[in-house]
Design a protein around this ligand. Structure first.
Ligand code: NAD
Length: 321
């Protein structure tokens, strides 16, 4: 039986990935500080523990897993990453996890490893025009990410690639672009734009107002979780090391995203743009490399996944009421 280790298995992407690997027939060990918030983990073995502890990392990497997915990171949406208040934790915690896990995997003789980097590594200078951002993989250097979260990801990309060079590891790195879907964080300060907007729209009364951070003309693309997992497993099982973008290239402004979600609600809703952390002006996934190297790229329409996410958040609000 094939075996997989998922670090960050209590998180949004990790908990979905565990479920997918189970349907593919893997024996799966998940590790996280916490259990998934909205469902029971599908992992055969779920270890609650802190990956900043090198001894825990050695304990969980106790066999030659066929696949290891390193998704654990101290992360959140703009309200967490761009305020500056969490910078030291973000850098220290995530870098420590990556350093520990690579050392543990090297000791265990584990070969095939996936690392989730982020579109946040791309230089701010290429993302000032909301209509024409440049996020081609080879535009990452000279490096100038707009957050410490992005700098840590860039460092860790290099760390994984160094282990590949020096210790023969079979490393696969994705730069995820705004992954969303059911069972993602939707309140509490770490939620990202799609979930936050779904919640705000769902909570608004007919004729009410929804507040959007910034002027709302900043653009992004958003990838539904199912396609993220498809890209992740395809990349993991390919000969491609990357880093490769895994994202949608259907770019939309944040105000238009709010309008799309308001459309699902059937309510008449006004938008008020207010001051708030926003990040770069424009970002879109450049999918030329993934298409050329994997012969595949995400293609489902944004509205399809957004509607599922909106319906899920409405159901969560009903449960909370
Ligand atoms: P998430 O926050 O839901 O999951 C991360 C998990 O890591 C959490 O469950 C958290 O408890 C766990 N974790 C943090 N510190 C830990 C520690 N010390 N020990 C053990 N577990 C720890 O985030 P996600 O959206 O599922 O993202 C997964 C990965 O993908 C992260 O590395 C993230 O940076 C990356 N990524 C995500 C997106 C996105 O849009 N969701 C975009 C770019 C990159």
């Amino acid at each position: 039986m094939r075996t997989a280790l998922v670090c960050g298995a209590g998180g949004f992407i990790g908990s979905h990935l565990v479920r997918r690997l189970k349907t593919e027939g893997f024996w799966v060990r998940g590790v996280d500080l916490k259990q998934p918030e909205y469902s029971t983990s599908a992992a055969d073995d779920f270890v609650r523990g802190d990956l900043r502890d090198p001894l825990l990392c050695r304990d969980i990497a106790d066999r030659r897993f066929d696949e290891v997915y390193q998704l654990a990171a101290d992360m959140g949406g703009a309200g967490f990453i761009f305020t500056g208040e969490n910078d030291a934790d973000i850098m220290h915690n995530s870098a420590t996890i990556n350093l520990n896990m690579l050392d543990a995997m090297k000791r265990a003789g584990i070969a095939r490893v996936f690392y989730s980097s982020s579109a946040c590594i791309y230089p701010e200078r290429n993302q000032e025009d909301p209509d024409n951002p440049n996020c081609a993989e080879d535009s990452a250097y000279p490096a100038a990410p707009d957050s410490e979260y992005g700098w840590e990801k860039l460092f860790s990309e290099r760390l994984f690639l160094a282990y590949a060079r020096n210790h023969g590891m079979d490393v696969h790195i994705a730069r995820y672009h705004n992954i969303f879907g059911p069972e993602g964080t939707w309140r509490g300060g770490r939620e990202k734009a799609p979930a936050a907007l779904c919640r705000k729209v769902a909570e608004a009364a007919e004729g009410g107002t929804v507040e959007i951070w910034g002027d709302g003309r900043q653009t992004r693309s958003f990838l539904f979780i199912d396609e993220c997992l498809e890209g992740t497993t395809r990349l993991m099982r390919s000969e491609v090391s990357g880093p490769v973008n895994i994202g949608s290239d259907e770019m939309i402004s944040i105000n238009d995203l709010a309008r799309m979600i308001a459309g699902f609600s059937g309510k008449r809703i006004d938008i008020r743009n207010i001051d708030g952390p926003t990040g770069v002006r424009g970002r879109n996934s450049d999918n030329r490399l993934i298409r050329a190297s994997l012969g595949w790229a995400p293609g489902r329409p944004l509205a399809e996944g957004m509607r599922k996410t909106y319906d899920w958040i409405v159901s969560q609000l009903a449960l909370a009421a």
